[in-house]
Design a protein around this ligand. Structure first.
Ligand code: ACM
Length: 507
């Protein structure tokens, strides 16, 4: 009986908010009587009324309403200032217009994203009167794109940033260097792009593909207009083969399977080279963080033990094994990043390297190694949660899919959505969560879309909405209304409601 009553209550709740299809689900929504008639015109007032950026955003937002609509121009007042959590906002819709309040411009921007969804998904040219009070659960709501294995280019990145903004995600982690290709112009070392940018995971002879420093500035600016910080990753001391192809003198060798996989940790030339690279990187990316990888070094670092420079380093610094050499390297390069005024980000292998907890952010990715997460918490590090399952979007999302990765399971939409339920976390130390799209098996724009959407929407809600306000079935109901929007954009998403709409791309 109790269950029936609860079901009835949730049915009533669902029918009341039937046309409020916002993703991520706002944390408090109160519906009011009446509806606001929409117009393609808007009269902007308040503290941002003269901002060209906000004026353009607002004009775009209402441009979807047909011009011939008889309704009066919508009055939209935006007030930024006062106290409150950063990124929080209040959105009030009444018959007379819309009022946004937020302590920060980012909160104002998120209120507009909420309003944009109400307008976009309106069925009849009106939106319900309501009051929304909203703030994110986590400050870090990230997406990582690997452009070393395959390169997708400016337009694709901007498209991703647009979707991220629409879903209130705020960290774009850009995996720009790895063994298949070096993708960022460094003026001091031109061969990194004339040689290092040649090739990709499908074709080692593919023409050089990379971002010039001008391209990078354009992307960083595009992202910042959408309140997205761009975090560059320059992977070290492993995943270094592209750099070593360009400058063999800094190679620390590798293995048969992974030739020239590492930088040489015994040579001062390496530290100079990487410091120079990071100095140019820091000048391009204003974000607080620089990611320096630190992952999978053990894959192919055995040759270090045969190198006279590494042997000399071990003696001088009293380093007893390969792990200690790796950690020495981690500490030295973290000092460089600190000297550039940035916080170091590393994959979870770095938790035992002796890094300063206050200057380091750890990304927990090895889902089979909960001890690495626990150690990160115990040592007081701030952590971004991005375990392979359910946050690696190169894993398949449906059991019928053949091309992507699996690891005794895969990353279904519901697993991504429900994360981090069931995981033992110290919430105060969790900066947030992130999806990572590795591109070994993602070579085309269509496949980027297919692997990203709608899991990106699921992750955005997992990162934004308080656990108690999440409901997977309701998410699916809301998601249904977002599918036609993605279709209109020409996005090649996976459709969980009609799995045949887009076939799985082979590459
Ligand atoms: C990783 O997947 N190697 C961080």
């Amino acid at each position: 009986m109790k269950k029936i009553i609860i079901n009835m209550i949730s049915l009533i709740a669902l029918s009341v908010v039937a046309d409020i299809n916002i993703i991520p689900q706002p944390n408090k929504v109160v519906e009011k009587p009446g509806r606001l008639a929409l117009s393609s015109e808007c009269i902007l007032s308040g503290s941002l009324k003269d901002s060209p950026r906000v004026k353009a955003d607002v004009a775009n937002l209402f441009a979807v309403i047909p011009k011939e609509t008889a309704a009066k121009p919508v009055k939209l007042q935006i007030d930024i200032g006062g106290q409150g959590a950063s990124e929080s906002y209040i959105l009030k819709v009444s018959k007379d217009g819309v009022h946004v309040e937020s302590p920060s411009p980012s909160g104002g921007f998120y209120a507009l994203q909420t309003l944009k969804q109400l307008v976009l998904f309106s069925q009849d040219g009106t939106i319900p009167c309501l009051e929304i009070e909203d703030a994110p659960r986590f400050g870090w709501r990230g997406f990582m794109l690997d452009e070393s294995r395959h390169f997708f280019g400016m337009d694709k990145v901007k498209e991703l940033l647009d979707y991220m903004a629409m879903y209130k995600m705020n960290r774009f982690h850009w995996h720009l260097t790895d063994s298949p290709g070096w993708r960022i112009e460094i003026k001091k070392y031109p061969k990194l792009t004339t040689i290092g940018a040649i090739g990709n995971k499908s074709d080692p002879d593919a023409p050089a593909a990379f971002y010039t420093q001008e391209d990078i500035k354009e992307i960083v600016d595009y992202a910042s207009q959408r309140f997205i910080a761009v975090i560059p990753e320059i992977d070290m001391p492993g995943h270094a083969a592209a750099a070593a192809r360009a400058y063999p003198e800094i190679s620390g060798g590798g293995s048969e399977k992974h030739p020239d996989f590492t930088f040489n940790p015994g040579s001062e030339k390496t530290y100079q080279f990487l410091s120079d690279v990071l100095t140019e990187v820091a000048a391009l990316f204003p974000a607080k963080w620089i990611h320096y990888g630190g992952d999978e070094v053990h894959f192919a670092n055995k040759q270090w033990l045969e190198m006279s420079e590494v042997k000399a380093l071990m003696k001088k610094e009293n380093l007893k094994d390969l792990k200690e050499v790796e950690f020495y390297f981690n500490r030295r390069m973290a000092k460089v990043i600190d000297g550039l005024g940035r916080k170091t980000v590393g994959w979870d292998e770095v938790v035992n390297a002796g890094l300063d907890k206050d200057k380091t952010l750890v990304m927990w990715w090895r889902h089979n190694m909960s001890d690495a997460l626990q150690t990160a918490f115990d040592k007081g590090f701030e952590v971004v949660l991005c375990p392979r399952i359910p946050c690696y979007f190169d894993f398949v999302q449906d059991d019928s899919h053949k091309v992507g990765r699996r690891w005794k399971g895969f990353c279904s939409l519901d697993l991504t959505y429900k994360f981090p339920a069931g995981l033992n976390i110290k919430e105060k130390q969790v900066a947030g969560m992130q999806a990572n799209l590795w591109s070994e098996k993602v070579a085309t724009s269509d496949r980027v879309d297919f692997m990203t959407y709608p899991r990106l929407q699921a992750l955005s809600e997992a990162a934004w909405t308080q656990g108690k306000n999440k409901n997977y079935d309701q998410f699916l109901t809301r998601l249904k209304t977002h599918i036609p929007y993605m279709r209109e954009q020409g996005t090649y998403y996976f459709n969980p409601f009609d799995k045949t709409e887009h076939a799985e791309p082979a590459r």
